[in-house]
Design a protein around this ligand. Sequence first.
Ligand code: SF4
Length: 359
Amino acid sequence: MTLALSHAEMVRLLGLSDPAQIEDLRRAAYDRATATVGDAVHYRGIVELSNRCALDCYYCGIRRSNLAIERYGLDRDEVVEAAMFCAEAGYGSCVLQAGERRDEGFVAFVEECVAEIRARSLSERLPRGLGITLSLGEQSLDTYRRWRAAGAHRYLLRIETSNPALFASLHPPAQRFETRVQALDDLRTAGFQVGTGVMIGLPGQTLDDLAADIAFYGERDIDMIGMGPYLHSQGGAMPAAAMMAKDPLLFLGLKMIAVTRLALPTLNIAATTALQALVEDGRERGISFGANVTMPNVTPRGVRRNYQLYDGKPCLDEGSLECRGCLERRVIAAGRRVGWDEWGDSPHARLRLPDSIQA
Ligand code: SF4
């Protein structure tokens, strides 16, 4: 996919500090979103189905080596029930997210959940059933094919950074950059709409790195983006002092959304919860800087506290219904409407993979 901005222009925009110039950037990205992805914001209700993880990413609060949290796994009925809330609440799509596991028991469990959600969510309002995104890490091509055949049609696998050296500083040696890139390619082969994203404000990260991240999205022909500020986690292995100060971090995150929108206008871009961890209206701000997707949490409240990838995660105690109303107010405050009962695939995905829109 060709970028609409040069590397130098992206670096310049990411480095803006004058409030009037940042406002011009925001306005341009917002208008570009209106013209390319429309005025609707689409919901994907997140079901955090398990915090068990076989991996050990240094930045993550639920990594394997963190022995201070209680591990949980929802059963099939709990997963399906949370997804059915999304269908009934008009969300149109859900995301099944968990720590990374590749054992057959887990793979088959996800396969069954996906098939049941698609079958049970068929209705007049959702004639194709609920749209299902998976965010379950690196898996084999065979596993991706099984989950795709079961009825999931989008997959989010974050690269975290497109700089291999920076990637190596965030992960144990066994977790390799090349393997992550291969997994993104395998997802395309399996017929998924593919999402990725990065952490913004990582220790040692430069504006050149961030501009290269946007170029990476274009080179890999990515359909959707979920990226957010790097936030420290007490359960991680990185020093708290390595996190940027909140204000500049927030603005860097927002500028990254805006520049991505201008460079790659037809992608879906999420206003992630991590923005709201920095400031109460973080998600509205993300939308006003060009994002068009948001992900309310529909995980049962009893276990939500145990799924914290970073400190300060918001909305731990809100019920799913409260969340629905609160988020709608946020979307309207950002001058958008909610795309109720729609899958809301990106225009880029609709062109690239017309068959996946039907499936
Ligand atoms: S980021 Fe994902 S894969 Fe890495 S430790 Fe956390 S849950 Fe596991």
